[in-house]
Design a protein around this ligand. Sequence first.
Ligand code: BV8
Length: 244
Amino acid sequence: MNDATLAQVAARLRDAQAVFALTGSGISAESGLPTFRGVGGLWHNHRVEELASPEGFARDPALVWNWYNERAAVHRRAQPNAAHHALAQLEARVPHFTLATQNVDSLHRRAGSQHVLELHGSLREARCDRCAARRALADEGLPLDAIAHECGGRMRPDIVWFGESLPLDVWRAAELAAAHADLILVIGTSAIVYPAAALATQYNPRAFVAEINPEDTAISERVDATLRSPAAQALPALIERAFG
Ligand code: BV8
């Protein structure tokens, strides 16, 4: 990680009144969770975009629940890493700090972040696609014999699938935070999925945008600074440099 860039971003963080952080599955990589596309975009030879869609669920709800149940169990066994904890610390240090995540693993909440905008939902609950009845998901997820709901609908993960709108209240809060930020941190996302990726560079020409990612992404050309490093190293180093 370039030290001059670290110093530059740390100075921006120290002076910032409002910080907006957007995270993707890369921030959970060091908790042992596979990234969304890191597995070649496949699960048991099914494309993840196909499984994470209303069409995929309608076609084979049990297959989709097998995928989510497996992920829910992996999430429960995982622990938040130093990057999640660093963002929880920032929430307490920065006057106005907003965290929006594309992840459904609940690791930001488990790390102590109090206000997390879960843009794509979470794997904590299932909801009926007809009457909206909700039920908490056990550690192993949803038993396949509980998919059919008594109202005639089907219990689905409380997740935003491809082709579905993001929860309007959550989206509005994220737009506002991005638009008012002095500093935008984009952490562990390939910035491929919209509209979430737009929050990084399209809502605030005034903000200083810093990307934390070991690889190039779809927005690397458009950010003001890049820390080419795993988040669990870069974020603690950034906080240490900014606040000592
Ligand atoms: C919608 C829940 C429309 C499911 C997910 C333009 C505008 C609007 C929409 C579109 C558009 N173009 C295309 C679309 C449609 C689509 C889309 O964006 N498709 C993509 C594939 C092109 N968008 C949608 O469908 C969205 N809905 O637009 O609705 C609409 C409007 C009105 C009315 C009706 C409808 C909904 C998208 C939400 C989909 N659901 N998740 C689930 O999780 O099962 S998205 C899914 O992708 C995950 O949430 C994931 O988080 C997210 C993004 O992926 P990443 O997190 O970035 O993961 P990835 O593997 O790609 O990258 C990991 C990164 O981490 C890499 O860069 C890697 O280098 C880095 N990394 C690795 N290790 C580390 C690290 N970084 C730091 N430290 C490390 N150690």
